[in-house]
Design a protein around this ligand. Structure first.
Ligand SMILES: *Cc1c(COP(=O)(O)O)cnc(C)c1O
Length: 398
């Protein structure tokens, strides 16, 4: 098979700048997981030494995660992903509270794991308020207060946005939800490695995490459920996770999740400083060398590793493909659904016109990135954008 000339890479060096999509496993995490794939294979529910050893590993992991969140071990449930944790929280609370009310509040910029779960609940007769955001992607705590009704049973707002990196005023929103006694779920998947997760300081009742966003294994997650918050299980079967999530535990995955969270939280300041320095170089370099480009998301209240932009006159997809040929891996908010490019729901909610939202690019840094990675991007971007603009302008003429 001859490679398609359009997609054939033209460089050897790979530059990974998509850490909001996923992160590589930290070798220390791989090492911690290894025994539970090889020698310690007992079913944690069984009654012999090998099983007890696996059970102990889960117990230790749960204690560690609870400690990092300032929670009790019994309040942590291990899941298969951030998506499962979000679905568990949103549907689990809705089902448990359905006799008290059917109204849910969330925002227009949530991850699809929340938005598609609430849309599903709408089909079952629940009513959902999707709060708007400002131009920076921020939810207004006063708007949350105004939206609460007597039949509101759940509020779900993300900690940090996965596309533009905006950090929501979770503590201020929690003051509102607590005053009204409404359970508050926070999708903290993007915040897991970058922000403080103390559930009492934040004032949240449910909190979702995903292992692969902080150098842990894919297919692992956790949900914090504050004691006294009713939440129905989604998976029925055996009595694992205190009867709240059936299924033989992913022992290696749980150990990997806890190890990765522990490392990410203890090395948080150093990693954030490193990312932020590179991010600021990227942002200044791109804004300074390319006309018709804007930074998206909040200028200060944003994740340390997130540099996201919209480019006039270029589609995000063509930018991604062109960068990929140069070994640079990035992301765009627009999603290709059934052949047409749908602009990002996040950018539309922030007020960007579809034409501009279609030209979005997200670069998210990680602990392994270096100044050389930033240099490479700043080296190729101006010429690339100019070239693509010319091509796309010509295509519009014919
Ligand atoms: C990645 C992500 C999810 C989904 O997590 P998975 O583990 O990939 O299912 C949910 N919410 C946010 C904000 C995310 O960034």
């Amino acid at each position: 098979m001859t490679p398609n000339p359009e997609t054939r890479p033209i460089v050897e060096t790979l530059t990974y700048l998509d850490h909001a999509a996923t992160t590589p496993l930290d070798p220390r995490v791989t090492a911690a997981m290894e025994p539970y794939w090889s020698t310690v294979y007992g079913n944690p529910s069984s009654m012999y030494q090998l099983a007890r050893e696996a059970r102990r590993a889960i117990d230790t992991a749960r204690d560690e995660v609870a400690g990092l969140l300032g929670a009790r071990a019994a309040e942590i449930i291990f899941t298969s992903s951030g998506s499962e944790s979000d679905n568990f929280a949103v549907k689990g609370v809705a089902f448990a509270q359905r006799d008290h009310g059917r109204h849910i509040i969330t925002s227009q910029v949530e991850h699809h794991a929340v938005l598609h779960a609430t849309e599903f609940l709408e089909q079952l007769g629940f009513e959902v308020t999707y709060l708007p955001v400002d131009q920076f992607g921020m939810v207004d705590p006063d708007a949350v207060a105004r939206a609460i009704r007597d039949d509101t049973i759940l509020i779900s707002i993300m900690y940090a946005n996965n596309e533009v990196g905006t950090i929501q005023p979770i503590e201020e929103i929690a003051k509102v939800t607590r005053a009204r006694g409404v359970p508050f779920h926070v999708d903290a998947v993007q915040a897991g490695g970058a922000l403080d997760l103390s559930v009492d300081r934040l004032g949240v009742d449910l909190l979702s995490l995903s292992g692969h966003k902080f150098y842990g294994p894919k297919g692992t997650g956790a949900l914090y459920i504050r004691r006294g918050t009713s939440c129905w299980p989604l998976i029925h079967g055996g009595g694992q996770e205190r009867g709240r999530r059936a299924g033989t535990e992913n022992v290696a995955g749980i150990v990997g999740f806890a190890t990765a969270l522990k490392l990410a939280q203890s090395e948080r300041n150093a990693n954030n400083q490193h990312s932020q320095r590179l991010r600021d170089r990227l942002i200044a370099g791109i804004l300074g060398s390319i006309p018709g480009v804007r930074l998206t998301g909040h200028p200060d209240r944003r994740l340390c590793n997130n540099a996201s932009f919209v480019f006039e006159g270029v589609s995000g997809e063509s930018l991604l493909l062109a960068l990929d040929r140069r070994g640079i891996m990035a992301s765009t908010g627009s999603a290709c659904t059934s052949g047409s490019l749908e602009p990002s729901h996040v950018l539309l909610a922030m007020g960007y016109p579809p034409r501009l939202a279609a030209g979005s690019l997200r670069l998210t840094l990680g602990k392994d990135n270096s100044d050389a990675d930033v240099d490479r991007v700043l080296d190729v971007m101006p010429g690339l954008v100019e070239q693509l603009r010319r091509i796309e302008a010509e295509a519009r003429l014919v």
